[in-house]
Design a protein around this ligand. Sequence first.
Ligand SMILES: [Zn+2]
Length: 468
Amino acid sequence: MYIKSKLIYCFQILIFLSTIFANPNWDQVQIESVSLLQKYIQIDTSNPPGDVTKAINWLAELCEKNEISYQTFTVDKDPRRMHLLAEIKGRNSNLKPLLLLNHVDVVPADLDAWSTDPFGAEIKDGIIYGRGALDMKSLGMMQLISLILLNREGWVPDRTVKFLAVADEEILGEYGVQWMIENHWDLLDPEWVWDEGGIGSTDSFPGMDVFAIAVAQKKSFWVEVEVNGLSGHGSRPFDGYSNQVLATALSKIVNWETPIEINPVIEEMFYRIGDNKGGTEGFVMKNINNPIIHYLFSNKVSEKSTTVNAMLRNTISLTQINSGYKTNIIPEKANATLDIRLLPDTNPEDFLLDLERIVKDKRVNFTPKRIPSNNFISEWDNRFFNVVSKELYSRKPNAVVIPFMTIGGTDSQFFQEKGVDCYGIIPVLVDESDIQTMHGIDERISIENYMFGLQVVYNSIKKVCGKE
Ligand SMILES: [Zn+2]
């Protein structure tokens, strides 16, 4: 009995030592990782045109060289759209995989506006410049390099880890992740998805470092508004011509203040920020859903920024107005398009009824052009969220980790439609001016942030997918 327990003890020490020595030499890893990110950025994957073949082949080569099992997929109808799925198989086939999701395409860059070549991946003062540096070739590399490092260690997880690099996210195209979900769901079917959508910020909430992990997103509901009537001469206007009816309807729509609705994510987010802030403002934030505080302060809170406002209500942007062809002719037809962004729990049909009620004019026809599926809010008290939060807290003890709702759309929405809990976080700590460079000019990431993120991703995968 004694010998046996001693043996077990020795064995435990051996396992402990092997995990210590198994940890990568991060200085060494940095040299390799920075060079990989530079090479990845240098492959121009601007969308449009969205040709990612070169980049996918490069990722495939990287997997090949590092003995990571992978497969690539080409979309028949448009062979410029390719995807790559790699994995480290887990021991327990009853556990659904963790899916590391990233997009290969980037938005185009205005060469003249940039101070460096957007596809040069130049390093200046420890900062890597290039399109995709934040959105999202850096997270893609953090994810794949973590797999490579873990594979080199001979690590065998309990839960399978999959890495999925896809085309077409920037145009939310049907040949992007939607195509993979429609055609190869059997290869995916994840427990959790780690995607973009949130980030760490030093100044989005003044006075504190906040890591926002996206657990929900607003959904795009695009609606055409049309009026058909009689045409006529510009010299003899008559009551109820199309432009007049449309203008009146649009005026009601753009002046409609949609009600503020604090959903559970926003409530939790405000609670955590308020708790850290303290004082009167903190108290208001912590209790934002209290009816009295809601009545007194919610409008004030919504006025803080357009982002906060968009988190609190369904929004409508009047984006296109089309009508007429000559100054002296009253056209018979007039239409406009609305970019409506709904909160996760708002039903598009109900919202359309609200719009009709606001406009109150039967001559105005509403036609939905894009109807979102109902998505949901991912849980934030589970193994995945807790491991990643702990990992962030262990490195930045004064930071606040919050669940968050993105106001734009990411590929996560297609997994959420399938009922999968998705989490969006690029684990770096940047300021608002850095965040502005995504889709803007001089997009960048510091090497320090990149290596911080890589270690967060590496450790989190190990803890999420290792033994419970
Ligand atoms: Zn992105």
